[in-house]
Design a protein around this ligand. Structure first.
Ligand code: GDP
Ligand code: MG
Length: 181
């Protein structure tokens, strides 16, 4: 697998958003296929990879799991956005502050990607924690859809934790995971 990983086309995917929204858990799940049993706070940036098979062609997603700390970010930020293929803007559906906080991440992206048309995705994480009796404390899908529309993004709601993952027969390595739904 390692020689395959080094040969195939690589797509750089930047994962950004407020601290605690689940960026590390999501990238961990995408690369290792499971919710991590425990995570430490990210310092600077961590890299994880996911091998994909798209119509018979092997592609590699290189996930840049970033941290929000100002002092790391200032010197690194231009590096983050260089040659990026996609940006995932993550918020926590149970934390409205993480949703309103996205505007500064969108602004950071705008400032650092002048002249580039980067596909951008809005991702509401921790959907497993949605509680119908506490709607007013959560970010509604309607809010998210309108934010995505206003900013030219595609929108997904997801969970790094649930539903559980099943192995797909006949596939190996990181490409062999798929959500149950
Ligand atoms: P980051 O700061 O954005 O990298 O966030 P982390 O990945 O470190 O996650 C922050 C906390 O949220 C951790 O306690 C995770 O266990 C938890 N978490 C992350 N994703 C999910 C999710 O999809 N569902 C639930 N229930 N908890 C999550
Ligand atoms: Mg992190």
């Amino acid at each position: 697998v390692s020689s395959l990983l080094s040969r195939c086309r690589t797509f750089k995917v930047l994962v950004i958003g407020d601290s605690g929204v689940g960026k590390t858990c999501l990238t961990h799940r995408l690369s290792a296929g499971q919710f991590p049993s425990r995570v430490e706070a990210t310092i600077g940036v961590d890299f994880r990879e996911r091998l994909l098979d798209v119509d018979g062609e092997k592609l590699k997603l290189q996930l840049w799991d970033t941290a929000g700390q100002e002092r790391f970010r200032k010197s690194m930020v231009q590096h983050y956005y260089r040659n990026v293929h996609a940006v995932l803007f993550i918020y926590d559906v149970t934390c409205p502050v993480s949703f309103t906080g996205l505007s500064s991440w969108v602004e950071e992206c705008r400032q650092n990607s002048v002249g580039q048309e980067i596909p951008r995705f809005l991702v509401g994480n921790k959907s497993d924690l949605r509680d119908p009796s506490r709607k007013e404390y959560q970010v509604s899908q309607e809010q998210a859809v309108s934010f995505a529309k206003a900013n030219g993004m595609m929108f997904f709601e997801t969970s790094a934790k649930n539903p559980p993952i099943k192995r797909v027969n006949g596939q190996r390595g990181n490409g062999g995971y798929q959500q149950d739904n």
